[in-house]
Design a binder for this molecule. Sequence first.
Ligand code: 2F8
Ligand code: CA
Length: 136
Amino acid sequence: QVVSQGWKHFRGHFYYFSQIPKTWYSAQQICISRNSHLTSVTSESEQEFLYRTAGGLPYWIGLTKAGSEGDWHWVDGTPYNKVQSEKFWIPGEPNNYGNNEHCVNLKTSALRSWNDASCDNTFLFICKRSYKPSEP
Ligand code: 2F8
Ligand code: CA
């Protein structure tokens, strides 16, 4: 029944592509209220699924260095793999433009699509949840 509410299935997870822009923090709160988190990206195939579905519009993902010692981390608890993630950043990013870019969006329809942006900007966002039957 999750699918009928607009969640898309990909390899064992469900993803929700919002239609209303929110700040990064507000987006994450909305994901939590729907038993999910802003999405992590842990493989090239997952990244491809996300940027293809995003269709070139920018969407917040669950990567941030806010509230930490400046280290990138996924809000769903997935360990951030710096080496494996290099290929997902737009060339020249993350650049911490204006010294105030602590959240990440998927900005372009390409493998290299990540940009760090101000968490106070509003963008569409992608929630991710694991498949867990809610009824026995
Ligand atoms: O040129 C890349 C640069 O473009 C914008 O700043 C001018 C982006 N800002 C926002 O998306 C808010 C920067 O993050 C980006 O690095
Ligand atoms: Ca940037």
